[in-house]
Design a protein around this ligand. Structure first.
Ligand code: ATP
Ligand code: MG
Length: 563
């Protein structure tokens, strides 16, 4: 199934390709990733990218990046640029084969003229509503337009004048002349061109007629010599139309289309229309909001590209729709970060802990490994002194049973430093604990009990004399419902936005080595984090938590194993 882990089972696309290579239908595999530049890419697109570029790589073929930019009113250069950045970041290279459907507008136009000449296309002057209603539906056959039998000359003249800008939008369209009775709705004389008086991000004002997606898409694949046009299942019924267009225009050796199931993820919305709405309505901070399922959001959140590729590899490709548990994606992120992220300590909600029997001027530099399993990452020096910050949550004045952390009389380990025992707590006038007073065992350097006595709790901490201030953001799922688009009458997906999807904690304390870090880190016991590239100020990092350390997928897998 996979390209990355060397496993030998082949998915259905790999089988098709290997057959095509063996029988000689195809000499060299040519795929493409064909986004419409009307939004930022999301994790669903990542699946398509990994698939198309992955197959090309595996079979030593090529994969084009082609923008299907047929709709001037929704498309923008900003989207083109973001798509290129995201594909590159995911680790794929189109090696200069960056194409645009709009590059083919002239060619498509010439083909349309040929189709008119051959009686395969006509100008329809019905209104939009008339065209829609005469199309019928699944139960009702369509009816032919009164303009369907215009002469070739009249059609050529009208089409030329459409292009010349003589008509207002909506007055005429060019339609393929196929079959209004067809059981396949896509074949009921689909519209090929409509008049749109709008400037295009590439062709500017050269055209005021624009090809419909279905007309441009398959023909663009044909122009580029794509051998395997891979797309999602909703295009299955469009295949007959693409084949018809190829035939009508005399394309030799047309591409073969193969459909796979799109990625659906729990607690996640992947429709660009809805993502755009979240952005436009200010429900998130932008396309790259770390809670967004966009590639740019995930990058900012700290998801490594290898983790996304690994995830796409693991879910595989299939012919039937399914819903993937978002916990699997988070698991892949955690797995990758566990391998690569150096470990540090940081305290989110600091509480002072004073070691009473330590001299005031005690100042030590502890040599601590950056990764417990990977010595090649080396060490960092962690200052340790008489006053440290510990996590407020790690202290309970009145602890439950089996509490191994700080509580009156309890002994715990300060990671890498020593063992301390709580002697006293100091409260402010409102009764809130502001300081914990402890004593240490001077023989417990490094955190080891000198007599081998058992100390269960190990806590992270930061020296109060030497630290970096930081603000931290913790994230949770953006939606509270597993399928936020499975809506009952009167419900809106916005009803299921998670009000707790972002928690901002200011005034966190980090160990000083973190002042210089820019990549991924693990803060021990708290999760994996990355410095936010946009909101961090000089000397004041903002850290995004990529994922916590709790792996709910591992639990699910374990439960499945036990069944
Ligand atoms: P959306 O439906 O999210 O608005 P789209 O399909 O309109 O997206 P395109 O820009 O047309 O977005 O998509 C580019 C390619 O990515 C297409 O080949 C499409 O089939 C594929 N793709 C889009 N969404 C998914 C998904 N969830 N899973 C797998 N492939 C996808
Ligand atoms: Mg699409």
């Amino acid at each position: 199934m996979s390209t990355d882990n060397g496993s030998e089972t082949r998915n259905f696309l790999e089988q098709i390709i290997e057959d095509d290579l063996r029988t000689g239908r195809v000499k060299k595999v040519a795929t493409r990733f064909p986004p419409e530049p009307n939004g930022y890419l999301h994790i669903g697109h990542a699946k398509s990218i990994c698939l198309n570029f992955g197959l090309a790589r595996k079979y030593k073929g090529t994969c084009n990046l082609r923008f299907d930019d047929t709709n001037p009113t929704t498309e923008e250069v900003e989207y083109v640029e973001s798509i290129k950045e995201d594909v590159r970041w995911l680790g794929f290279d189109w090696e200069g084969r960056e194409y645009y459907a709009s590059d083919y507008f002239e060619k498509l136009h010439d083909w349309a003229v040929k189709m008119i000449r051959d009686g395969n296309a006509y100008v329809d002057s019905q209104s939009e509503e008339e065209i829609a209603s005469s199309r019928g539906n699944f139960y009702k056959k369509g009816t032919e337009s009164p303009f369907r039998n215009r002469t070739v000359e009249e059609n050529l003249d009208l089409f030329a004048r459409m292009r010349a800008g003589e008509f207002p939008a909506g007055s005429h369209v060019l339609r393929a002349r196929i079959d209004m009775q067809s059981g396949n709705m896509n074949l009921r004389d689909p519209i090929m061109y409509r008049i749109v008086h709008a400037s295009h991000h590439r062709t500017r004002d050269r055209f005021c007629i624009y090809p419909m997606y279905d007309w441009a898409h398959g023909q663009s694949d044909a122009i580029e010599g794509i051998t395997h046009s891979i797309c999602t299942l909703e295009f299955e019924n469009h295949r007959a139309l693409y084949d018809w267009f190829a035939k009508a225009t005399g394309v030799e050796d047309p591409p073969h289309q193969h459909e796979f199931a799109r990625l659906n993820l729990t607690y996640t919305v992947m429709s660009k229309r809805i993502l755009l709405r979240l952005v436009k309505d200010g429900l998130v901070t932008g396309w790259d909001d770390p809670r967004m399922p966009t590639i740019s959001g995930m990058r900012r959140r700290g998801y490594p590209p290898e983790a996304i590729r690994r995830f796409c590899d693991q879910i595989g490709v299939a012919k039937n729709e399914s819903m993937v548990d978002v916990a699997l994606l988070e698991h892949c992120v955690r797995e990758r970060l566990n391998e690569m992220a150096p470990r540090y300590m940081g305290v989110l909600r600091p509480l002072r802990l004073v070691i009473e029997n330590m001299p005031d001027d005690h100042e030590e530099m502890l040599k601590c490994p950056l990764h417990p399993e990977d010595p090649s990452l080396g060490f960092r020096m962690v200052p340790f002194s008489r006053v440290v910050y510990v996590e407020r949550e790690d202290f309970r004045e009145d602890p439950p049973k089996k509490w191994h952390r700080l509580a009156p009389g309890k002994e715990v380990r300060l990671r890498y430093a020593c063992l301390v025992t709580v002697k006293d707590v100091i409260k402010d006038s409102r009764g809130e604990v502001v300081e914990i007073r402890c004593t240490w065992d001077p023989l417990s350097a490094g955190g080891n009990a000198p007599d081998g006595r058992k100390v269960r709790g190990t806590l992270h901490w930061v020296s109060a004399g030497n630290f970096v201030d930081a603000d931290v953001r913790l994230y949770d799922r953006l939606f509270t419902r597993e399928n936020p688009l499975d809506l009952a009458e009167g419900e809106s997906f916005t009803d299921f936005l998670n009000p707790a999807s972002m928690e901002r904690i200011d005034g966190c304390k980090l160990e000083p080595a973190l002042a210089r870090v820019t990549g991924h880190v693990q803060l021990e016991r708290l999760g994996y984090f990355i410095v936010d590239p946009i909101d961090s100020g000089p000397g004041r990092p903002v850290l995004n938590r990529t994922v916590s350390l709790r792996d709910s997928w591992a639990k699910i897998e374990k439960a499945m194993d036990m069944e």
